[in-house]
Ligand binder design. Structure first.
Ligand SMILES: Cc1cc2nc3c(=O)[nH]c(=O)nc-3n(C[C@H](O)[C@H](O)[C@H](O)COP(=O)(O)OP(=O)(O)OC[C@H]3O[C@@H](n4cnc5c(N)ncnc54)[C@H](O)[C@@H]3O)c2cc1C
Length: 407
């Protein structure tokens, strides 16, 4: 990024997580003056990224490729060639395969650390200016621009932007400063995220198994010299999380294996454990005068079905389309256009993930039977299967330009 001092910019991106960094790259060809503000120190100075893996779906793979970032992450991804969805204690299973979708893979599992480092590095190669570590402190829409106050190590910076992008996560400072509310749902669940080594290879299969405490997902990671590696996201009741986190490795592996079952044989080694209390946070608005919300700042979802970042990337790709024509970036017609283009995808994915969690976390006896029938119906009814598959591939609604194959 350039070191040019900029008091006036076209677009100020608040947040340099996966969504903010992708956006800086997506805007690079548009010849805009872009500034990005990120409160965390540079990755090299801090262990900024955690142990999560992100399952990128087919649309996201296309967006990443069209952003010119695929070659950077390709050595670290594992293709997902099928998914296997089941409920503990029931035989009903829904399966989706890449062959049914006519694609080489349904998606790709990649460590978030790799995505974070590579996307941040790519953003730094653009002409966008980066303030890091720097924290947004104040924000005041004023006619044809927004005034921003930013704390940096060198003191407070002020600047004006035509458009401010809130990519500052579920606890968005931008949202708070503008007094915009959010609707939250605490799932009373905690996701324990780690890596396990398994006796048998997952062989490209992503497993999602519904337990009374919440879903347990196992996805393949790149194998290492010591065996078959998988990422594990195990959702437990919030009140039980401390117990599972305190178990020694052998006891945790045995408990996780018991919860998952025999499909991959014994679990033989364990990585570092991180815990994520699970909450859905939906911003009450996607747009406010000269401000747009993207990624987790717009919608932070339960990780079931691995939708959050995939949805955020479609936010990024859509904004790139909306800003493609020259002119005032923050004009109200553009903001309304963005909102209209994102509304149905956002509502559908937020509703789908929430519905899945609530349906499968419910132990009412009649519902268990219905779930069983639901999984069987999903597996056996081609139109239902096709609709769910299209959504999980990221093509449930009109695809932005960056999500389309070219040539
Ligand atoms: C357990 C788990 C598993 C998941 N698995 C998947 C998956 O497989 N596939 C998938 O698509 N999604 C997945 N997700 C969701 C995914 O991780 C998120 O959707 C994505 O990381 C959100 O990125 P973001 O950039 O919008 O937000 P964040 O990652 O929260 O980034 C926001 C950034 O803004 C910065 N910031 C905040 N406030 C300020 C401020 N005032 N000034 C400056 N900077 C600020 C923060 O430092 C941060 O870097 C998972 C989530 C969880 C919890």
């Amino acid at each position: 990024m350039s070191a040019v001092d900029a008091d006036v910019v076209d677009v100020a991106i608040v947040g340099g997580g996966l969504v903010g960094a992708s956006l800086a790259v997506a805007l690079a060809p548009l010849n805009l003056r872009v500034l990005q503000v990120e409160s965390a120190p540079p990755p090299a100075a801090a262990a900024h990224w955690d142990e999560r893996c992100i399952a990128l779906n087919a649309a996201s793979q296309q967006i990443v490729a069209n952003l010119g970032l695929w070659d950077r992450i390709a050595p670290f991804v594992v293709p997902i060639t099928s998914t296997h969805i089941s409920e503990r204690g029931r035989f009903g299973v829904a399966r989706f395969t890449a062959e049914q979708a006519g694609l080489p893979a349904l998606g790709y599992n990649v460590p978030i650390r790799v995505l974070g480092e590579q996307f941040t590095d790519a953003a730094m190669q653009t002409t966008a200016q980066l303030l890091r570590p720097a924290r947004l402190r104040s924000l005041q829409p004023a006619g044809d621009s927004v005034h921003l106050g930013i704390d940096t190590d060198a003191g407070e910076r002020t600047l004006r932007a035509q458009l401010v992008i809130a990519a500052d996560g579920a606890r968005s400072t931008v949202r708070d400063l503008l007094g915009i509310g959010s609707a939250s749902r605490d799932y009373q669940q905690t996701a324990i995220v780690t890596a396990v080594r398994t006796q048998r290879s997952a062989a490209g299969v992503a497993y999602e198994r519904f337990l009374p405490s919440g879903p347990l997902a196992i996805l393949p990671k790149p194998d290492d010299a010591d065996g078959h590696a998988c990422s594990l996201v195990w959702t437990v009741g919030a009140a039980d999380a401390a117990h599972y986190l305190a178990l020694d490795d052998a006891a945790f592996l045995a408990a996780a294996h018991d919860a998952f079952g025999e499909r991959l044989g014994r679990f033989t080694a364990l990585g570092r454990r991180n815990a994520w209390p699970l909450e859905r946070v939906l911003s009450e608005r996607l747009a406010s005068p000269r401000v747009l919300f993207l990624g987790n700042a717009a919608q932070s979802l339960h990780p079931v079905a691995a939708q959050g970042f995939n949805l955020g990337l479609r936010d990024v790709a859509t904004l790139a389309d909306v800003l493609a024509e020259p002119g005032d970036c923050g004009a109200s017609a553009r903001l309304a256009d963005y909102e209209a283009r994102r509304a149905s995808d956002r509502a559908r994915v937020a509703g789908f993930t929430d519905g899945l969690v609530r349906l499968f976390s419910n132990s009412i006896p009649g519902l268990r039977g219905l779930r069983h029938l639901g999984l069987l119906a999903l597996d056996l009814t081609p139109p239902a299967k096709h609709a769910v598959m299209q959504q999980n591939l990221g093509y449930g609604s009109a695809a932005p330009t960056l999500a389309r194959r070219h040539g």
